[in-house]
Design a protein around this ligand. Structure first.
Ligand code: MV4
Length: 514
C-alpha cells in the first residue's frame, strides 16, 4: 500500500491527502495528478465500481453505497464524513456529480476541508444564466443581445423579441446543456414557445424562469481555459474548439481553433480573464463563447475542470490538475500571461460506449478485450481496463483519446492511426464515428459549426463501418489467448483495499440503516 516517493515533492503546507469524489476516467486523471505531486489519494466508489480502475489506482478506497449515483457519488454528507475519517485535507470533485454544486462546495469548506475548485459564490453566480449575463455585461465581456433578467411572461417575450428581430431563442435562467431552450421563428409562435420552455425548465430545474436572446444560426463553440490563484492572478491557457457535438454532448475537441488568429485569441483571452475576475473566480474554469462571422459572445462559464482539458495541457505543457491542487493549497501561479507559450496542435476524440450507428444508444457490458492506442503523440486517458464493466448507472465515456502533433495535419494523421489501432471488444464504441469525422472533408478543412454532426452525419450513420473487423478478430483472439495464460489474476478484486471501508454506524443510505 505504500507508494514510492515522488521525484519532486510539492511545496505543500496544507494538502497532503485528497479524496476524489468521482469515478471513471476523471477520477483516474485526478489520482494521477495527486501521485505526480507525491500526495496520497483516496477513492470513493459504489457497488458497481468495486473493481474499477480508479479504486485500483488510489492509495485508499471507501465504499459509498449502492450503484445509483443518488445512493453513492451524490451523497454529500457521506463523502465529507469519509474524507474526515480518512484524514483527507481536500476534496476534488472532478466533473459532473457534485462539481458545480455550490451547496456542496460550501459544506466542504464548512467541514474544514479544502474544496479543489472555485468558491461557492462563483458557482452559484454562474449557475444562474441571467445573473451571469448581468455580471458579464458589467465586465464588458460581449454577450448576445437579449435580456439580462427573466421575462415576466409571454407579453414581455413578444415585445423584447420585436426589438431583437426573429429568430430568437428562449432559454431557461437555471439552464445549461440545452434544456428548456426554444427557437422562435416568428411572432405567432412566441406564446406557445414561452410556455413550453418555461414548463420544461420547471420540470428539469424546478425553476421555470425564462429569458430571451437573439438566435445565432451557425455558431462555433469556442471556449477558453482560465486558471486563477487565490491572490488575484488570472491567466488564460488559450481556446478549445468544441463545435463537433451532438445533442449538447461533445465528441471531438481541439486546440487551437482554426478560425482564431493571434489577435482574436488575445482579445477573447482577455475577455475570458475579465469574466473570471468579475465573478471572483479561483481555480480552473472555462468561459464558453459562441463565435460567428468573426464576432464572439459569452455563452456560459463552467466552474469545474472539463472533460476536454487534456488538449489544453498538450498545447501549453501545463498540468491542469496539478495547478488546481497548487492554487487550492494557496500557492501563487508561477507565471504570468506572457510566459504562456502555445505550441503544436492537439485533438481529443471521446470514446463512448455507444452504438453511434443506432442513434448513439449507450452500449453497456463487459469490456472483453481492450488494447488502447499508443506511440508518438498519443495520450489515452481511460477509466477502464480489460475485464471491467461499463454499467448502465453512469455516463458511457470509456476513454479520451488525445493526439498531439506539430500542426493540425500531424495531429489528424496520428488520430487516424490511433483510432485504427484502438481495439475494444464487448461493447460498441464511438470509434467508427470518430474515424468518419477524421476523414470528412469539412472537418479536414476546418469548415464546421455546432450543427456539423446533424448536417453531415445524421442521414449517414448507417455507413458507419468497421472495415478492419476480420483483422481485429484475429488480433483479439491472439491477445486473449496470451492474456488468459499470463494475466488472469487481473480480474480478481484488489483485497488490500476491501478492509478500508469506514465504519460509519447508523449511516443512512437511500433511507436504509446500514
Ligand atoms: C445559443 C445558440 C444560438 N444562439 N444561443 C446550447 C447549449 C446552451 N448552453 C446554449 N446553446 C446555444 N445557445 C443563441 N443566442 C445555440 C446554442 C447551441 C449550441 C451552443 C454551443 C454548443 C453546441 C450547441 C448546439 C446547439 C445549440
Amino acid at each position: 500500500m505504500t507508494k514510492p516517493k515522488p521525484w519532486r515533492a510539492l511545496k505543500i503546507k496544507k494538502i497532503k491527502k485528497i479524496l476524489i469524489a468521482n469515478r471513471g476516467e476523471i477520477a483516474v486523471r485526478v489520482i494521477r495528478g495527486c501521485h505526480d505531486l507525491g500526495l496520497t489519494s483516496v477513492a470513493v466508489y459504489s457497488e458497481a465500481d468495486q473493481l474499477s480502475l480508479h479504486v485500483r489506482l488510489a492509495d485508499e478506497a471507501y465504499l459509498l453505497g449502492p450503484s445509483p449515483s443518488k445512493e453513492s457519488y451524490l451523497l454529500q454528507e457521506k463523502i465529507i464524513a469519509v474524507a474526515k475519517q480518512a484524514n483527507a485535507d481536500a476534496i476534488h470533485p472532478g466533473y459532473g456529480f457534485l462539481a458545480e454544486n455550490a451547496g456542496f462546495a460550501q459544506k466542504v469548506s464548512d467541514a474544514g476541508l479544502i474544496f479543489i475548485g472555485p468558491p461557492a459564490s462563483a458557482i452559484e453566480l454562474m449557475g444562474d444564466k441571467t445573473a451571469a449575463r448581468q455580471c458579464m455585461k458589467k465586465a464588458k465581456v460581449p454577450i448576445v443581445p437579449g435580456t439580462e433578467s427573466a421575462l415576466s411572461g409571454p407579453e414581455e417575450a413578444l415585445t423584447v423579441s420585436k426589438t431583437l428581430g426573429y429568430p430568437v431563442l428562449l432559454k431557461a435562467s437555471a439552464g445549461g446543456g440545452g434544456k428548456g431552450m426554444r427557437v422562435v421563428k416568428s411572432e405567432k409562435e412566441i406564446e406557445a414557445a414561452f410556455r413550453a420552455a418555461s414548463s420544461e425548465a420547471e420540470s428539469a430545474f424546478g425553476d421555470g424562469r425564462v429569458y430571451v436572446e437573439k438566435y445565432l444560426a451557425e455558431p462555433r463553440h469556442i471556449e477558453f481555459q482560465i486558471l486563477a490563484d487565490n491572490h488575484g492572478n488570472v491567466v488564460h491557457l488559450g481556446e478549445r474548439e468544441c463545435s463537433i457535438q451532438r445533442r449538447h454532448q461533445k465528441v471531438i475537441e481541439e486546440s487551437p481553433s482554426v478560425v482564431l488568429d493571434k489577435k482574436l485569441r488575445a482579445q477573447m483571452g482577455e475577455a475570458a480573464v475579465n469574466a473570471a475576475k468579475a465573478c471572483g473566480y479561483q481555480n480552473a474554469g472555462t468561459i464558453e463563447f459562441m463565435f460567428e462571422n468573426g464576432g464572439f459572445y459569452f455563452l456560459e462559464m463552467n466552474t469545474r475542470l472539463q472533460v476536454e482539458h487534456p488538449v489544453t495541457e498538450l498545447v501549453t505543457g501545463i498540468d491542469l490538475v496539478k495547478e488546481q491542487i497548487r492554487v487550492a493549497n494557496g500557492e501563487k501561479l508561477g507565471y504570468s500571461q506572457k510566459d504562456i507559450r502555445f505550441s503544436g496542435h492537439a485533438i481529443e476524440c471521446r470514446i463512448y460506449a455507444e452504438d453511434s450507428a443506432n442513434n448513439f444508444m449507450p452500449s453497456i457490458g463487459k469490456i472483453d478485450f481492450l488494447q488502447p492506442a499508443a506511440g508518438p503523440g498519443i495520450r489515452d486517458d481511460g477509466g477502464y481496463y480489460q475485464g471491467s464493466e461499463v454499467s448502465m448507472f453512469y455516463d458511457s465515456l470509456i476513454s479520451k483519446l488525445v493526439t498531439f502533433g506539430k500542426d493540425r495535419e500531424e495531429a489528424i494523421a496520428r488520430m487516424k492511426r490511433a483510432l485504427s489501432e484502438y481495439l475494444i471488444q464487448g461493447v460498441e464504441t464511438s470509434i467508427p464515428f470518430c474515424k468518419m469525422v477524421m476523414q470528412h472533408e469539412k472537418f479536414i478543412n476546418g469548415d464546421f459549426d455546432t450543427h456539423f454532426v446533424e448536417k453531415e452525419f445524421l442521414n449517414h450513420l448507417d455507413e458507419l463501418s468497421t472495415p478492419s473487423k476480420e483483422e481485429e478478430k484475429i488480433a483479439v483472439i491472439a491477445a486473449t489467448l496470451f492474456h488468459h495464460t499470463n494475466n488472469s489474476k487481473q480480474l480478481k478484486p484488489v483485497n488490500n483495499k476491501s478492509n478500508n471501508t469506514p465504519k460509519i454506524s447508523n449511516w443512512k443510505v437511500a433511507g436504509r440503516r446500514r
